[in-house]
Write a protein that binds this ligand. Sequence first.
Ligand code: 1GP
Length: 235
Amino acid sequence: MNSIYQNILRQIAKRNKLLAVLIDPDTFQIENCSNFFKYLPQQVTHLFVGGSTSERKKTSKTVLCIKKFSKLPILLFPGDAKQISDAADAILFLSLLSGRNPEYLIEQQLKAVPVLKNTNLEIIPTGYILIDGGKESTVERVSKTKPIAQNQVEIVINTALAGQYLGKKLIYLEAGSGALNRVNNRIISEVKGAIQIPLLVGGGITSAKDLQAVFNAGADMVVIGTAFETQSFET
Ligand code: 1GP
């Protein structure tokens, strides 16, 4: 089977590290699409599209524009059910496991079903875990949930394992877009050691040095948004 998820597993088995660029339809300048892709490093393997507040039309427009300039797989990373567009290839079907707000544990997922039933999107169940990135993140504000503190390693590990036991196919450790502190190496390596599914890490990663450190700690895929969007990534 040649699905995006199977391909992620194959790449990880070959010890390849994956890099996703997060594009937020709310701030992405469609007219600047071609320039954006010129700036991205060769290392990029996946494109994520989503934000906390975007709408479906804007998401679709962004995906269609990206498709003109890139052949990389496009995965939706939706803030809510209104952001689903079948112009993409796959969707990270997120459940905010660190939070206790039913809206982001099951309600939005239920709202997404009637839309998803009519798309060909590959659905990738993803356990989403918000870690304290040193300032209030948009995810925290919108979801009205608290992140897990960076020193609560056991809670993060157990939350990731609960996700795996629930059948999630990916675990995503998120410090929040523009985080002051990215997820620390200890959390990454201990979660990686505990779970058997791929580990994604994002939020506050702004340099090649940091990117390498996150890979070295055990992340299979790193997600970078702000630093590429603002062209401030330190090489
Ligand atoms: C946010 O993890 C992503 O969901 C990316 O964060 O914008 O800080 O790179 P940054």
